[in-house]
Design a protein around this ligand. Structure first.
Ligand SMILES: CC(=O)N[C@@H](CC(=O)O)C(=O)NC[C@H](CC1(C(=O)N[C@@H](Cc2ccc(O)cc2)C(=O)O)CCCC1)C(=O)O
Ligand SMILES: [Zn+2]
Length: 583
């Protein structure tokens, strides 16, 4: 093994230069494909993905010739990351090419799927079906869109997905991971990670059960109790969202005190002629108010902030891009002028601020402390931005009334975004981890999916589902091969971060009314954590910002305490559902 310290430095210098170059080329090709889905662009992207995979393989092989025991902690950490290459470990080129092709084909099926709502009108998910789910209150129209979307997306990729599972597992086993799920969980460096997230979920279930019971009662009065199974489940297509993952589409109906302000600023945004650009400029302004790095010119010149009108097929699912050259950082989104996309803009810009803050680190360290951290940055900002105070400050909320009913209306609007999400954020990878382990075989994919949806989310399929369906494939992250537990982690730790930053600003009063706008000290504290990238274990990054070493759901529970008390009274003992799907 090579011990020479100069040789070690030379290897890292050489690796960082070449890796940045290869990743830049792949990112550009991937960007071109995402913003113009054609066979040619797919081919170009796949060629460069193969080149990047081969580079990783070579680098990993070369790195294994160096003696880790003589290195500094930082160098050793880089070498370990350089060798931990995931599915790029597949030495059989045919299999590597096949795996990348399948993943890209599944994402194309998802991104180009349309639903014919009637003979002549066939529409895509974004913006048409998304809009339909947040606006329509017609049981049958919603059902047509719900079933149609699953027929057009998931159903078309069931066999591809089964092949992807086999090939992905085979590749990571070369690195001695038990399966792909084990590899994904290894990123959290915590042997008890699976138990930790389950413990957090169990801690948060009572909050979700109360919100579920409240929503169920309202929805029964809207659609008629006869539409609801006696098991206590809510039909999955009635919650204002294609996947029932967040219920802010129902804010009008679920606001506890309709005669007080309800916190959906969409109408006001439209009235004030907000555009996609203005939404992103507003988000950039918020980050700059904290003293954080402004979006560079390349961002404004090269991002895709709106769905193109030239008929191109694009991936509309919003995404943030690091081109690893320290210069190019972009967002791709089909932004609609509404509150949800106002939050999305902050979420995506949170990724970019993280990229910008760690851009001078060695390439191996240019990722989040853990994947949940990367997902939390932007959402922490929108916890401040969405407050009535902040909405009033930026002119999106006319009057600011401060009474307990208005407060509960605000807490409800935030619960429909954050509490509703908890079981969904948890169950996606519970399903996928079991699939990767081989415990859920292809003939059981859909049955197991609905077992989890019925048990944890308390939603049931509004029409019969069979093993020919593949409903997990109707959710972007499954065909796109993007892990999901990161969002569950984010929805817990973002409240820890928010609490820590609000303590720093000397905020008095309830956590849900804190707005860190203009606070440079808070911005500095956050930036100091982001600057670490993944150069230190995430527990150290967590400690730096919050003074704790663990994920902790208490700040989230404290934030929503007033609402939970209110819901307990409203629901009396009418809450909960039978764990199994209704027959
Ligand atoms: C090149 C690349 O892929 N880059 C990564 C970023 C990186 O890894 O560096 C990336 O851009 N991923 C896309 C993904 C998009 C969104 C998403 O998928 N969100 C979840 C859950 C959720 C929902 C509401 C919310 O407020 C927060 C989360 C969903 O919609 O189900 C869509 C809207 C919001 C975020 C994202 O930004 O995380
Ligand atoms: Zn994200």
């Amino acid at each position: 093994l090579i011990n020479d310290s100069q040789a070690i430095q030379d290897f890292l210098t050489d690796y960082n230069r070449k890796a940045a170059e290869v990743m830049y080329e792949y990112a550009e090709a991937s960007w071109t494909f995402n913003t113009n889905i054609t066979d040619y662009n797919q081919k170009m992207m796949l060629d460069l993905q193969l080149k990047a995979d081969k580079f990783s393989q070579d680098a990993s092989r070369n790195a294994s010739q160096y003696n880790l025991t003589v290195m500094s902690q930082s160098d050793r950490r880089q070498f370990i990351k350089i060798m931990d290459i995931g599915t790029a470990a597949q030495t059989n080129e045919t299999k590597m090419i096949r795996l990348n092709k399948i993943t890209s084909d599944m994402e194309s099926i998802y991104s180009t799927a349309t639903v014919c709502l009637n003979k002549t009108n066939c529409v895509p998910l974004d913006p048409d079906l998304t809009k339909l789910f947040s606006e329509s209150r017609n049981y049958d129209d919603l059902l047509t869109a719900w079933k149609g979307w699953r027929d057009a997306s998931g159903r078309k990729m069931k066999d591809l997905f089964a092949e992807y599972v086999t090939l992905s597992n085979e590749a990571v086993k070369i690195l001695h991971y038990a399966d792909t799920g084990a590899y994904w969980r290894s990123w959290y460096d915590t042997p008890t990670f699976e138990d930790d997230v389950r413990a957090l979920f169990d801690q948060l279930r009572p909050l979700y059960e109360q919100l579920h019971a409240y929503a169920r009662r309202k929805l029964k009065s809207m659609y008629g109790a006869d539409k609801f199974p006696s098991s206590g489940h809510i039909p999955a297509h009635l919650l204002g969202n294609m996947w029932a993952q967040q219920w802010d589409g129902l804010i009008e109906e679920l606001t506890p005190f309709p005669n007080k302000a309800s916190f959906d600023v969409t109408d006001e945004m439209v009235k004030q002629n907000y555009t996609a650009l203005k939404i992103f400029q507003t988000a950039d302004h918020f980050f700059q108010s904290l003293g954080m790095i402004p979006m560079p010119p390349e961002f404004w010149n090269k991002s895709m902030l709106e769905k193109p009108t030239d008929g191109r097929d694009v991936v509309c699912h919003a995404s943030a891009w690091d081109f690893y050259n320290g210069k190019d950082f972009r967002i791709s989104a089909c932004t609609n002028v509404d509150q949800f996309d106002f939050v999305v803009a902050h979420h995506e810009m949170g990724h970019l601020v993280y990229y910008l803050t760690y851009k001078d680190l060695p390439v191996s360290f240019r990722t989040g402390a853990n994947c949940g951290f990367h997902e939390a940055v932007g959402d922490v900002m929108s916890l401040s931005v969405q407050t009535p105070e902040h909405m009033h400050t930026i002119g999106l909320l006319e009057t600011l009334t401060d009474d307990s009913e208005t407060d509960l209306n605000y807490l409800m609007s935030m619960a429909l975004q954050k509490i509703a999400f908890i079981p969904f954020g948890f169950l996606i990878d519970q399903w996928r981890w079991k699939v990767f382990r081989g415990e859920t075989t292809p003939d059981k994919y859909n049955e197991e999916w609905w077992n989890l949806r019925c048990r944890y989310q308390g939603v049931s399929p509004p029409v019969e589902r069979t093993s020919a369906d593949f409903d997990p494939g109707a959710k972007f992250h499954i065909p796109a091969n993007v892990p999901y537990i990161r969002y569950f982690v984010s929805f817990v730790i973002q409240f820890q971060f928010h609490k820590a930053l609000c303590n720093l600003t000397g905020h008095q009063g309830p956590l849900h009314r804190c707005d860190i706008y203009n606070n440079k000290e808070a911005g500095k504290k956050l930036s100091d954590m982001l600057k670490l990238g993944s150069s230190k274990p995430w527990t150290e990054a967590m400690y730096l910002l919050t003074g704790q070493y663990k994920m902790d759901a208490q700040p989230l529970m404290d934030y929503f305490k007033p609402l939970l008390d209110y819901l307990r009274v409203q629901n009396e003992n009418d809450y909960g559902w039978h764990p199994n799907c209704p027959t």
